[in-house]
Design a binder for this molecule. Sequence first.
Ligand SMILES: CC(C)(COP(=O)(O)OP(=O)(O)OC[C@H]1O[C@@H](n2cnc3c(N)ncnc32)[C@H](O)[C@@H]1OP(=O)(O)O)[C@@H](O)C(=O)NCCC(=O)NCCS
Length: 162
Amino acid sequence: MSKQAFTIRRITLEEATPVRLDVLRRGTPSRLATYDGDSEPTTVHIGAELSGSVVATSTWLMRPWPDDAQSPAVQLRGMAVLDSMQNTGVGKALIDAGIAHARERGARYVWAKARDSALYFYERRGFAVEGEQFIEPASGVSHHLVVLDLRVERKEGIAVER
Ligand SMILES: CC(C)(COP(=O)(O)OP(=O)(O)OC[C@H]1O[C@@H](n2cnc3c(N)ncnc32)[C@H](O)[C@@H]1OP(=O)(O)O)[C@@H](O)C(=O)NCCC(=O)NCCS
């Protein structure tokens, strides 16, 4: 349940960047918070707004899932919720909006390089953890790949082919 009402909407890269820097680059040597493809026509930034301010951001790019390069897929990058709004359902709302976007684009997969500290968050949303742990140079923290196959519907932890 949310403490306060927030609105999910498309945001601009300029709105996304300060939230990325605050949440994902704080305490790291990197002040770079842009990604290849940020401005591609097929890329969308989806955020949460509260009282006129953007409090969370996520970026959704058309990028193949490495294990099945033939199928259309959407990569999630820059998932970040301001500290004051974490654990209030904002992240879940962004994932739901991004998955709806990916379905509209005809994607089979949604995938991400997920921080190990956030793996539970993705697993709760039905993502599978794949492959070996790796360190992302920009943040210096450990990650795993996570992937959601949109052809598989998950009900109470049981995968059902659609
Ligand atoms: C991880 C993050 C995006 C989750 O968003 P959020 O709005 O805090 O999450 P929600 O309130 O929607 O929580 C959904 C579920 O995930 C869990 N969760 C939230 N943050 C978590 C975290 N950091 N690690 C593990 N689980 C987490 C919640 O307990 C909740 O579990 P439930 O469904 O069993 O109740 C957000 O906390 C965040 O930005 N963290 C710092 C940056 C980060 O790690 N980004 C992800 C990079 S891959």
